[in-house]
Write a protein that binds this ligand. Structure first.
Ligand SMILES: Nc1nc2c(ncn2[C@@H]2O[C@H](COP(=O)(O)OP(=O)(O)OP(=O)(O)O)[C@@H](O)[C@H]2O)c(=O)[nH]1
Ligand SMILES: [Mg+2]
Length: 206
């Protein structure tokens, strides 16, 4: 299990495959220089940013799937650790942000969908639901997606959210984290924090 977790009662976690932009989004949220990179597998340990006065933190977790320079067995081990982390702290996690690469997600999901196979990202989405964690799907790298509505409808469909995606604006948030365009994500976060009666945390997503 990952060490060095600050003891904060409320938490937002960022999860998803490697290289989708979790750490880039973390940077945008916190304003801190979180390491990011072009090669999958940059984040190997959780990055926690915490605000003691609000008893709150945001955690950027290592990514699932292919990681450059990492042995296959170790990738699996990291994936298991990420799942265990979310399970262990489910009580604390107010929102689970599933970050996707808007350009690649549908192809990856479809490639791994079969009779006895559920793609990792879909599995992760179900895990959040099972654990009673409010999901937000941050569909990142929208700057690379030409057919925006079509793509977002497909993503909604693959997650079992009946299209059109616009019905799910509090769950599906198209963003371009690299350019700081994260308004739809902030709006979704604010609506869930309000529902959780934590209006005091909305300032971190403004
Ligand atoms: N085009 C585009 N690239 C982005 C965007 N957001 C992040 N990236 C790039 O995607 C790459 C991966 O970003 P990271 O934030 O390191 O991704 P990560 O999900 O934290 O990756 P791991 O730590 O390896 O799991 C970097 O080269 C980023 O600059 C975006 O909105 N658009
Ligand atoms: Mg990272």
């Amino acid at each position: 299990m990952f060490e060095n977790r600050p003891d904060r009662s409320d938490e937002v976690v960022l999860v998803g495959r490697s290289n989708v932009g979790k750490s880039t989004l973390m940077r945008e949220i916190t304003g801190h220089k979180v390491p990011t990179g072009q090669k999958p597998g940059v984040t190997r340990e959780p990055n926690h940013f915490d605000w003691a006065s609000e008893d709150f933190m945001v955690t950027d977790l290592p990514g699932f799937g292919y990681m450059q320079g990492v042995e296959e067995g170790h990738e699996e081990a990291i994936k298991t650790e990420v799942v265990q982390y979310v399970e262990e702290y489910a009580e604390n996690v107010m929102v689970g942000v599933l970050v996707l690469d808007g350009k690649a997600a549908v192809d990856i999901i479809d490639r791994h969908s079969g009779d006895d196979e559920i793609p990792h990202v879909v599995e992760l989405y179900y895990l959040l639901e099972e654990l009673g964690i409010q999901p937000v799907v941050a569909v990142n790298k929208m700057d690379k997606v030409p057919d925006r509505d079509e793509r977002l409808n497909d993503i909604a469909d693959r997650l079992g959210l009946y299209p059109p995606w616009k019905q799910w604006r509090d769950v599906i948030a198209p963003i371009t984290a690299k350019k700081g365009k994260i308004g739809p994500f902030e709006d979704a976060m604010k609506s869930h924090l309000e529902a959780a009666k934590r209006d005091d945390l909305k300032k971190f997503f403004a």
